[in-house]
Design a protein around this ligand. Structure first.
Ligand code: 5GP
Length: 195
């Protein structure tokens, strides 16, 4: 998606540890128009996939997730990273290791918001080692539903997550695919140049 690549080139900052900082439009301040364009692109890519529900994880997946769900006219549910006193009903939960925080968290969704027998589209902001996406996929499968696809705003194709998701047989669509962050330079893979 050209628009996203251009924005990454303009505002993305490469941090040590192969981390791309995009907090001016995706991870802290949010550009609503760009989020809408990303949601519409995910919706276009998965329009024939029979999506019943979009699932993401708080916080940065929510904006693009809601725009996708809005365009597909389906509900959005986001996994929480912390249990609160309000969560006093049965949950699906899975432990995932955070790439940026370097700590484990138990992501969870109330069972009533992940009914069985649905086709669920997983949306997230980044793909690195695949922990978050695989954790979300586990929640969907524990619920007795099917992962209809995984949509990622920015994948770092040089890290293991991309292949791990394909090896599991999931359909993966990334709007921007970063080939390398070496020497502080952002390089995209040609394959992501879809438009
Ligand atoms: P994974 O679970 O695939 O290892 O990493 C994906 C998760 O870690 C995303 O939900 C995102 O929050 C975070 N993440 C991984 N790599 C990056 C990165 O380069 N930049 C930012 N901002 N977040 C990242």
């Amino acid at each position: 998606m050209k628009l996203l690549e251009e924005r990454i080139k303009k505002d993305g900052i490469v941090l040590p540890g192969n981390v791309l900082k995009v907090d001016s439009f995706l991870n802290h301040q949010i550009d609503p128009e760009l989020s809408q364009a990303m949601g519409e692109e995910f919706a276009r890519l998965f329009k024939d996939a029979g999506i019943d529900r979009v699932l993401t994880v708080e916080a940065s997946g929510i904006a693009i997730g809601v725009m996708t769900a809005l365009t597909l006219h389906v509900p959005l549910v986001f996994a929480r990273k912390k249990k609160s006193a309000l969560i006093n009903e049965p949950v699906y939960t899975h432990r995932v290791f955070s790439y940026t925080k370097k700590e484990y968290s138990d992501i969870l969704v109330l069972q009533k918001f992940l009914p069985a027998g649905e086709r669920v589209l997983i949306i997230d902001d980044f793909l690195a080692n695949g922990e978050a996406a695989l954790g979300l996929a586990k929640l969907v499968e524990d619920a007795g539903s099917e992962v209809a696809g995984i949509g990622i705003a920015i994948e770092k194709a040089f890290q293991p997550g991309h292949q791990r998701l394909l090896d599991k047989g999931y359909r993966l669509e990334a709007l921007a695919s970063v080939a390398s962050l070496a020497d502080g330079k952002i390089r995209f893979t040609d394959a992501a140049d879809k438009d």
